[in-house]
Design a binder for this molecule. Structure first.
Ligand code: ADP
Ligand code: ZN
Ligand code: ZN
Length: 679
C-alpha cells in the first residue's frame, strides 16, 4: 500500500462498474499522476474497455486484484465535473440490480443522464438564464378532508411511512402534495415528485413553480434534450434544485437531503419500464423512501390493486396508511352522472347510439364541449376483402395492419411496418375492399359528417406524436378551439377542460373479457379518469357508456363512483385465483427466428436441476406469447411464481446465473422480468 503526501493511505486498484451485460466489476490501476481517496468512490471515470473507451463509476478502491497490478489498464481519466454519487444512490442501484436481476453496472449507468454516460458529450450550450423568482402564489384554504389527511401525515412524524392517497379527480390531491412539499422545504429537505410521462406538462410545472419560486424546480423526463437533462440532473445532485418533478427515470436522481417522495397516478402503467432494466418506478420509489427513512405518498383516483391491498386488505397487516378525499375540492363541483346505454336493443348509427348523438347535439347548441373516448387509434383495425377472405396482415407479426386513412397507410402497431393502402384486393383483385371495425379516425369522420359545423379535434398518438404536438393540442383545447374531442386514453389524463360536460365511451366492452386478467383493472381506471374530465362547478357533467353488458359489475361500480367496492371484488377474485398481489411472479421471455428455439431455451431453463431445491417456487410450462410473432421474431414465455416474494427472489438470483450458461442459437435473445404487468 502506498501512502499519499497527506498521510492518507491510498490504494492503487480502482473497481469500476461499467454498462456491460456481465455481473461483475472491472479493476483498473490508478494513473501515476493521480491520487484517489475514498472520497472518489462514486465518481465517474473514463476507462478503456476492449478497443474503445467508456464511462464507468468507481465502486471501490482495493489493494489487490485477481491480476497483478502491472497487468491492469490505468484509468484514462477521473471525471470531477460532478460530485461523487452518494451512498444512498449506491444502495438504491444495488437493490435494483439484485431485485430486478440486472448487472449492477447496467443499472448504475442507465440511471445517469446520457450526457454523463458518454465519452465525448456534446459541448454544453450556455446555461439557460433562470427567470427571476416571482412572489409565491397563495395556497387555497384546505377543506376538512385535506386537513385531516395532512394531520395524519404530520402526526406520524419523521421516518419512513407510506401513504396511499385515494381521491377522485379534482379532489385536491395535488394541493396535498404541494403542502407536503412546503413542509419538506421548510425543514431544509428536498422533494421528489413523480408523475406519468403524459401528465408532466408545463401547466403542472408552472403550478408547482408558482408556489415555490425559490426552490429551483427542475423537470426530468425522457424528451428533454440531452444537455438540458444533464443540467437539470446536476442541479438536483448538487442540491441547487430542491424540487424534482419527473417521470419514472427521475426516481434515481441523487438528491441531498431528500425528505419526501410523491408518486402521482401511482397506478399508471408508464411507471413500469418495458425494456432494458424492467423496473417499476413506483416500487423503487417505495424502496427508496424506506431506505432513506422518509415519507412517501402514492396518489390515485384508482390505485393499483397492489397498493390498495397494501392499504386496505384486512387479512394482512396494513403496510400503507389510507388517506381518502371523497369529494371534489372546488365548492359546488359534483361528480358526473354516469349512465349506461344498452346497445343490444338499439341499432347503432356508424357506431353511435341515438342517445349519444342527441347528447352531443345538445352540447353543440349550448356551446359546451363533448369528448368521445375510444381506446383504438387509426381508422379501422383491419382492411378485408369479402370476396376471397384476404385481410391486411403484418408480414412480420402475428397481427393485423391497421388502416390509417388520414395519411393513406396500413400500419402495424407492433413493429411499425407500413405500406400504402391497396386499391384492389392483393389476392383476387376485388375493388371493393372494406375497413372493418372502428378507430378514432373513423369516429372523427362520422362526427364530421353528422355535425358539419362542429369543430372536431382528434387526440391520439397519431395526432400527438411528440410532446410538442401534444402540448399544442392541449393549448388549442384550452383555448376553446374544439366542440368535440375524439381521443384515446391520452385524453383521459389529468387535464381540466373547462367547458367539457359530456363524455361518450365507445368500445369498452372488449376489455371486460380480455385474456389479460389485468384488463378490467385498467379499464376501470381509464373510465374513471375519462369520466373525471366531465363537469365543473357551474356545469354538471354527464358520462354515457355504450355497452352490451350494462349489468356488468364494473360498469355498476362506475355508475356509483365506487372504486373501493370494485377493488374489493377484484381482490377477492385474485385471492381465489392465486394471482398477484397474492402471488409474486417473474417472467422469462425468449425470442428467436424459430419458435422451436425459443421454446427449447425455456424448456432447458425449466429443467434446471436445482429447481427442486426451491419447493416454494412454481414454474409453468413454456408457451408462445399472445403476440407470438413480432418483427419476424417468434416469442415465448415461462412464468415463475411463488406465494413468497423472498422465496422467488432467492430462486431468481440462482436461476439467473444458470440461464446465462444455457447454450442457445446466436439469434436468440432472452430476458427476465420481475413483477411483470403484461402477459
Ligand atoms: P387532484 O390532484 O385531486 O386532481 P387538485 O389538487 O388539482 O386535485 O385540485 C383540483 C382543483 O381544486 C384545482 O383547481 C385546485 O386549485 C382546487 N382546489 C384544491 N384544493 C382546494 C381547496 N381546499 N379549496 C378550493 N379549491 C381547491
Ligand atoms: Zn380478395
Ligand atoms: Zn408488425
Amino acid at each position: 500500500m502506498s501512502v499519499a503526501n497527506n498521510n492518507v493511505p491510498i490504494t492503487p486498484i480502482v473497481r469500476v462498474a461499467l454498462a456491460v451485460p456481465l455481473c461483475r466489476l472491472f479493476d483498473y490501476r490508478t494513473p501515476p499522476e493521480d491520487t484517489l481517496t475514498p472520497e472518489d468512490i462514486g465518481r465517474r471515470v473514463r476507462v478503456g474497455f476492449g478497443k474503445r473507451s467508456c464511462i464507468g463509476v468507481i465502486v471501490a478502491l482495493a489493494d489487490t486484484s485477481e491480476l497483478p497490478v502491472e497487468q491492469l489498464k490505468p484509468i484514462e481519466a477521473v471525471l470531477r465535473d460532478t460530485p461523487a454519487l452518494p451512498a444512498d444512490w449506491f444502495r438504491l442501484t444495488e437493490f435494483c440490480a439484485s431485485y430486478y436481476q440486472v448487472p449492477l453496472g447496467e443499472v448504475m449507468l442507465s440511471t445517469l443522464p446520457a450526457g454523463l454516460r458518454r465519452v465525448d458529450p456534446p459541448k454544453a450550450r450556455v446555461a439557460r438564464r433562470l427567470s427571476k423568482p416571482r412572489v409565491a402564489q397563495e395556497a387555497p384554504e384546505l377543506n376538512d378532508e385535506q386537513r385531516q389527511a395532512l394531520e395524519i401525515i404530520a402526526a406520524a412524524g419523521p421516518g419512513f411511512h407510506a401513504y396511499l392517497l385515494h381521491g377522485v379527480t379534482g379532489s385536491g390531491k395535488t394541493e396535498i402534495y404541494l403542502r407536503l412539499i412546503e413542509r419538506a422545504l421548510a425543514a431544509g429537505h428536498s422533494a421528489l415528485l413523480l408523475v406519468p410521462e403524459i401528465n408532466l406538462t408545463p401547466q403542472l410545472e408552472a403550478r408547482v413553480t408558482a408556489r415555490f419560486p425559490e426552490a429551483g424546480l427542475v423537470g426530468l423526463h425522457s424528451e428533454l434534450a440531452e444537455a438540458a437533462r444533464t443540467r437539470n440532473w446536476k442541479a438536483a445532485h448538487e442540491g441547487r434544485a430542491r424540487i424534482v418533478l419527473g417521470t419514472r427515470l427521475a426516481v434515481f436522481t441523487p438528491m441531498p437531503e431528500l425528505g419526501l417522495i410523491v408518486v402521482d397516478e401511482e397506478h399508471d402503467a408508464s411507471f413500469k419500464q418495458q425494456d432494458g432494466m424492467r423496473y417499476s418506478a413506483r416500487d423503487v420509489a417505495v424502496f427508496r423512501a424506506h431506505q432513506q427513512g422518509i415519507p412517501i405518498v402514492l396518489g390515485s383516483a384508482t390505485p393499483s390493486l397492489e397498493s390498495w391491498a397494501n392499504a386496505c386488505d384486512s387479512s394482512t397487516p396494513a403496510r400503507y396508511s389510507l388517506l381518502s378525499l371523497t369529494e371534489r375540492a372546488v365548492i359546488g363541483a359534483r361528480m358526473p352522472a354516469v349512465q349506461r346505454i344498452d346497445t343490444r336493443s338499439e341499432k347503432l348509427q356508424d357506431g353511435f347510439s341515438g342517445v349519444l348523438l342527441r347528447a352531443i347535439a345538445g352540447r353543440l347548441e349550448r356551446g359546451e364541449q363533448s369528448l368521445i373516448f375510444l381506446n383504438r387509434r387509426g381508422y379501422a383495425p383491419v382492411l378485408a376483402c369479402a370476396q376471397c377472405g384476404w385481410v391486411s396482415r403484418c408480414q412480420r407479426c402475428a397481427a393485423n395492419l391497421v388502416l390509417h386513412l388520414a395519411d393513406g397507410r396500413l400500419r402495424c402497431h407492433h413493429c411499425g411496418f407500413e405500406s400504402r393502402v391497396p386499391r384492389l384486393c392483393p389476392t383476387c383483385g376485388n375493388q371493393d375492399i372494406q375497413p372493418f371495425g372502428r378507430g378514432t379516425q373513423r369516429l372523427e369522420a362520422v362526427l364530421a359528417e353528422r355535425f358539419p359545423r362542429a369543430r372536431i379535434l382528434r387526440v391520439d398518438r397519431d395526432s400527438a406524436r411528440s410532446r410538442k404536438q401534444w402540448e399544442a393540442l392541449l393549448e388549442r383545447i384550452h383555448a376553446g378551439e374544439a366542440d368535440i374531442l375524439v381521443g384515446t386514453q391520452m385524453l383521459a389524463k389529468g387535464h381540466d377542460f373547462p367547458r367539457l360536460t359530456l363524455v361518450g365511451v365507445l368500445g369498452a366492452d372488449a376489455a371486460l373479457f380480455a385474456a389479460d386478467w389485468r384488463a378490467p383493472e385498467r379499464l376501470f381506471a381509464q373510465l374513471m379518469q375519462v369520466a373525471g374530465r366531465a363537469g365543473r362547478a357551474d356545469l354538471p357533467g354527464e358520462v354515457l357508456i355504450q355497452t352490451q353488458f350494462p349489468e356488468h359489475p364494473l360498469y355498476a361500480a362506475l355508475v356509483r363512483h365506487d372504486y373501493p367496492a370494485f377493488a374489493a371484488a377484484l381482490l377477492e377474485e385474485r385471492r381465489q385465483a392465486g394471482f398477484p398481489p397474492y402471488a409474486y411472479q417473474a417472467m422469462l421471455r425468449a425470442e428467436a427466428p424459430q419458435m422451436a428455439d425459443a421454446i427449447a431455451f425455456l424448456a432447458t431453463a425449466r429443467a434446471w436441476p436445482r429447481v427442486a431445491e426451491h419447493a416454494d417456487v412454481m414454474l409453468y410450462d413454456p408457451v408462445p406469447m399472445r403476440l407470438a410473432r413480432r418483427a419476424n421474431l417468434e416469442r415465448a414465455q415461462l412464468l415463475a411464481e411463488s406465494l413468497s416474494r423472498r422465496a422467488l427472489q432467492a430462486f431468481l438470483s440462482e436461476w439467473n446465473g444458470a440461464l446465462e450458461s444455457i447454450k442457445a442459437p446466436s439469434k436468440l435473445r432472452w430476458h427476465l422480468e420481475v413483477d411483470p404487468l403484461e402477459f
